[in-house]
Design a protein around this ligand. Structure first.
Ligand SMILES: [Ca+2]
Ligand SMILES: [Ca+2]
Length: 230
């Protein structure tokens, strides 16, 4: 009986566990935007499997902010870049993915960040309420472990008037994470004025059920090895 018990939990631990958390949802508060058209609701990080090699990643951003931007007074705001801090073998590398094309940068391409503009850079002057000092747009390209940019990604703005948000921004990118302890931290401030900020991480928070399975699996392994050596 003990052997069967141990085998079942070893199977659950080794085979079932890696399938957890293929989509990670980062939720953002509703009603926290400066101006309702700037509202952002959540980011889904898809195809990410913590603990093993992960494939190409996709992001879905749910927002009311339109692709063509919003002009408030003399401030013509545009979509912010999606910033990603990749922790690879314990070292942080910063990337940015523009969500619309602009001079020198292609939507969907992931660039190694050399320097960036924050929201103050775009403010036309006093009299505007916005979130100051927020990271908005890559300014110069650097190199992360020898790679200045990763092309082949794409950005599609889907209009969904009946959904929770007006738009879903679908982003695919060629990024791969082959560090089993690798983590992606993402941040998006919606627009040049950073009127709604969302951030989160792929860092897995172990659920009690997962921890219990893992613990039982270890117990089972200990039991088997004892029997073999006895
Ligand atoms: Ca929000
Ligand atoms: Ca927010």
């Amino acid at each position: 009986m003990n052997k069967i018990f141990a085998s079942i939990f070893l199977f659950l631990t080794l085979v079932i566990s890696p399938a957890f958390a293929e989509t990670i949802t980062i939720n953002d508060a509703v009603g926290d935007a400066i101006g309702i058209q700037f509202e952002t609701y959540k980011i889904d990080i898809k195809n990410f499997t913590p603990g093993i090699n992960s494939g190409a990643i996709a992001f879905d951003i749910y927002t009311d902010y339109p692709q063509n931007g919003i002009t408030v007074g003399t401030w013509a705001t545009k979509p912010a870049d999606l910033f990603i801090t990749e922790t690879y073998h314990g070292v942080d590398y910063e990337w940015a993915i523009p969500l619309v094309n602009r001079t020198g940068f292609t939507a969907g391409t992931m660039y190694a960040v050399g320097s960036y503009f924050n929201s103050d850079h775009f403010s036309p002057g006093p009299g505007y309420i916005y979130n100051p000092g927020e990271k908005v747009q890559i300014a110069t390209i650097s190199s992360n472990y020898g790679i200045p940019s990763l092309g082949g990604g794409s950005v599609t703005w889907e209009s969904i008037p009946q959904g929770i948000s007006d738009y879903i921004i679908h982003i695919t990118t060629g990024i791969w994470q082959d560090d089993p302890y690798g983590v992606f931290d993402v941040k998006w401030v919606t627009a040049y004025c950073a009127n709604d900020i969302i951030s989160g991480s792929t860092s897995p928070v172990p659920e009690p059920a997962t921890m219990m399975l893992f613990g039982l699996g270890l117990l089972g392994a200990a039991r088997i090895s004892r029997k073999k050596t006895a």
